[in-house]
Structure formats: C-alpha cells, structure tokens
Design a protein around this ligand. Structure first.
Ligand code: BTN
Length: 266
C-alpha cells in the first residue's frame, strides 16, 4: 500500500482526504494533529504500523507491520453538536462498522459481536477495537477522532503477557489469507453508512442486536467501586448497559471506565 493506492482504493467513498503512513506513533494522534491544523471532517489516517497505538483505559494497542488494520477518521459536522455524555457512543460507531463489515462483506461470515461498549469479538475472542477521543477548545468541541484497529493476520495478535482478554485475528477465524485493504474499504463504507444515525434509536437497536453475552452473566469492574455481577439485559436509550443483578434489580451502566467479562454461572 502507498498513498496513491490508498486514494484509488477509497475513491468511491465520500471521504474528504486520506493519508497513508508506513509507520506512526498512533493514527489517533496524527489525525488529531491534522484536525488541529485544519484537517476536515471525514479525513482519514491509515498506517501499516503503530509504535504507540492505544486502546481504551490507556491500554497499549499493538499494530505490527503487514498484519493489521489501524486507521483514524476525523469527525466534525453534526458530531460537534453531541452532548459531552454522548461522545462515547462514537466508539460504538467504530465497533458497529467493523462488526457489520466482518459479518456481511467477506466471503465467509465471521459471526462477530460487540462486547459492550467497543470491542469486536469473534468466537468470544477480541478481534477489533475502537477508540473515540474528543478534542475540546474550552467548552467547544473541535473534533472527535475515531480510531479502529483490527487484527487481520496471526502476526497482529498481541503478546500473551499484554492480553487482558483472549484475542483472535481474522485469518485464524476464516482459515484463509485476507486482503486487509478490502476489509478497510468495507469497514469505512459501513462506518459512513451508520454515521448519520449515530445515537438514534435505530443505531442503539443495531448495537444491542450485536451485543455479546446478551442474557449471560458478566462481571463488570467499575471505577473505584466493587465489581458488579449480573445478566446483560440490553441497552438503554443512550447506549448504557442494562444489567440485572442477583437481587432482581436492574442497573444502567453508563459508558465510561468499565471492564466487562463473562463469568461462569448459569
Ligand atoms: C480498544 O480496544 O480499547 C480500542 C483499540 C483501538 C485501536 C485503534 S488502532 C487505530 C487507532 N490508533 C490508536 O492508537 N488506537 C486506535
């Protein structure tokens, strides 16, 4: 891949600009810098390798050369009118787009699901993640940078000691080599398709339909509170996670600093 091949690949999508880099620190950082320097809505940064990729909760995200997809999109326009609390939903936009592309746009269906809020799982292992970062000037939102990372080839899998959840990659699930650039095209097309419905009931419903562990017992670690166990009941109208605890009560967990994992319980 190079700059002109990327432009050719994406020429049928309504992006405003695209930049390809063989190596970056983090595509989210480059996109943020570009936005600060006037980079427009729907400008895209794609990298073959990230040396300081990051995930939610400041976790490291590995992107080794030749093996994965890592890209970030500058979002402005109507996104800038979002309430502060709604911005984490942008992360779900990335997860939803990756999930749909993996399920609908490849020769074989991956059966991907979304581990609330932003992880894309296949066979209960993490294959992709999304990270939305808001950039403010005072009280004014300047841009939201939405980054998506997808493990494509086995070399993309993070080292075992760095795993906080079991991981997998697309080629291991499909059992054959995949052209990662066609996956990039598919995910971007899905993302642009979902963008106008961000936060609307149809968007939340689609997110809910793809929820992993729906109806199952999960343990949720909340920031500075004891972990909570309960069954996933679905999503609230703002994308919060509805959990029913053992005493039958329902709690709505807001998007934020939360870790979620399944527990072995019937
Ligand atoms: C997560 O699972 O917590 C989110 C992972 C997001 C990774 C992507 S890769 C492209 C973009 N650049 C980054 O540094 N992070 C995101």
């Amino acid at each position: 891949m190079d700059q002109s091949e990327l432009e050719e690949l994406l020429s049928d999508l309504p992006l405003s600009a695209a930049r390809y880099y063989p190596q970056v620190s983090s595509t989210n950082d480059l996109a943020a810098r570009w936005a600060a320097a006037g980079g427009p809505h729907l400008a895209l940064v794609v990298a073959d390798e990230q040396t300081a990729g990051r995930g939610r909760l400041n976790r490291r995200w590995y992107t080794l050369p030749g093996s994965a997809l890592a890209f970030s999109l500058i979002l402005q326009g109507e996104i800038l009118a979002l309430e502060r609390e709604a911005i984490p939903q942008v992360t779900a936009l990335g997860a939803l787009a990756a999930c749909d592309a993996l399920n609908q746009d490849l020769p074989t269906r991956v059966a991907a699901q979304i581990k609330w809020p932003n992880d894309v799982l296949a066979g209960r292992r993490k294959m992709a993640g999304a990270l939305a970062e808001a950039h403010w000037q005072g009280e004014e939102l300047q841009a939201v940078i939405l980054g998506v990372g997808i493990n494509v080839a086995p070399a993309s899998l993070p080292p075992a000691e760095a795993l906080d959840f079991p991981a997998t990659c697309l080629e291991d699930v499909l059992g054959y080599p995949v052209d990662r650039w066609s996956v990039l095209h598919a995910v971007l097309a899905r993302l642009l398709g979902w963008l106008p419905s961000l936060g609307q009931p149809g968007f939340i419903q689609a997110w809910e339909q793809r929820l992993a562990f729906h109806g199952e017992w999960v343990r949720v670690s909340l920031e500075s509170q004891p972990p909570l166990e309960g069954r996933i009941r679905g999503l609230g109208p703002d994308g919060s996670l509805r959990i029913q605890t053992r005493d039958g009560k329902e709690r709505e967990l807001r998007l934020g600093d939360i870790h979620l994992r399944p527990v072995d319980r019937l």
